[in-house]
Write a protein that binds this ligand. Sequence first.
Ligand SMILES: NC(=O)c1ccc[n+]([C@@H]2O[C@H](COP(=O)([O-])OP(=O)(O)OC[C@H]3O[C@@H](n4cnc5c(N)ncnc54)[C@H](O)[C@@H]3O)[C@@H](O)[C@H]2O)c1
Ligand SMILES: [Zn+2]
Length: 405
Amino acid sequence: MARFTLPRDVYHGKGALEALKTFEGKRAMVCSGGSSMRKGGFLQKVEDYLKEAGMEVEFFEGIESDPSVETVMKGAEAMSKFQPDWIVAIGGGSPIDAAKAMWIKYEYPETTFEDMCKVFGLPKLRTKAKFCAISSTSGTATEVTAFSIITDYQKGIKYPIADFEITPDVAIVDPELAHTMPKKLVAHTGMDAITHAIEAYVSTANCDYTDALAIHSIEMIDESLVSSYNEDMNARDEMHNAQCLAGMAFSNALLGIVHSMAHKTGAIFADHGAHIIHGAANAMYLPKVIAFNARDAVAKKRYGVIADYLHLDGANDDAKVDALIKYVRKLNDDLNIPHSINRYGANGLPADTGFVPEGIFLERLSGIAANAILDACTGSNPRQPSQEEMEMLLKCCYYDTEVDF
Ligand SMILES: NC(=O)c1ccc[n+]([C@@H]2O[C@H](COP(=O)([O-])OP(=O)(O)OC[C@H]3O[C@@H](n4cnc5c(N)ncnc54)[C@H](O)[C@@H]3O)[C@@H](O)[C@H]2O)c1
Ligand SMILES: [Zn+2]
């Protein structure tokens, strides 16, 4: 038996934010990130609409990118004081993910972060509050997924919390929120979205329900990502839907080792000046993982199907896999994303010398590989890498060398 779970309601299209007016409840806690939603006037609209629905509203603002365990605990404390019956999370993946974890702690104050990370091991939520997610970036699709990614900064590791209990009750996918995204954010979140769709399509947990969503979202991303990056707002609107469909696919089909590697490299070099931004990490690792996974016969065939939908040339599946790898690398070039960690410079832009020194990378390599293998996304990857293979794969991602194993 397989399970396919999505939010009860998905409001989409311009003006979808107004759906908040129809909510029933007493108190709504609105969780948001930095300042983009406040500046864009969206927090004011959220407050107005919820008040129109007769609710008392309180804000928990300033949730940082790649949110920490500490932020989750603080937010849960604010919730336990205010006792909301709606949690409304608005912004990119970071504030929405943080709010999902706060929700767990609010409903079950005894829960530790370690408890939350037990895959598909959460107790029943919704005893105190329902959850609405409103996305402002076009990538993570956390508004429809069963995941939340929280960073333990003491360990330098991102942990996925995975359980259908945290699939939101309501998702609002209003493209107007995505119009203010700077180009770099469009690039990174867009590559995150295509990685979700491709990993979901070749995942060992794929099914007919997830395949349809994954393939259609890949076609839409192909049509709209580069134009959206170049400030075409119709394409931006299309990307907002495409990333959501990709999320519906991967929330149910799960992901693969591109994400395992991104989770375990994202924060581990933070002591050398920066994070490797989630979407950029995916963009760099995806071509390498396609080459690695294509040695599995079923995965190779499925990459071939993706290549066909993208109208790429190739007389057989091997040639189609090569064409798909070239296609992803071309996307990275079009979006000004580097191909490898040793070229990953300030602000995620290509540089002659990246911010991760070779010596530090090699010193941490075996630990990163071990943690990546243990990541919740590894189990559904079509090929299970050994420690040695994972280290070799990560080296290919560092030096941009060919995967021939
Ligand atoms: N839960 C999931 O299923 C899932 C899936 C993939 C990634 N993630 C996680 O999500 C996080 C990344 O989320 P993200 O890529 O959405 O970025 P983000 O939420 O970290 O936001 C990045 C920056 O963009 C700004 N921003 C957001 N929306 C904006 C807008 N419309 N206009 C202008 N600025 C805006 C934010 O203020 C922030 O400074 C990572 O922690 C990643 O691991 C979660
Ligand atoms: Zn992702």
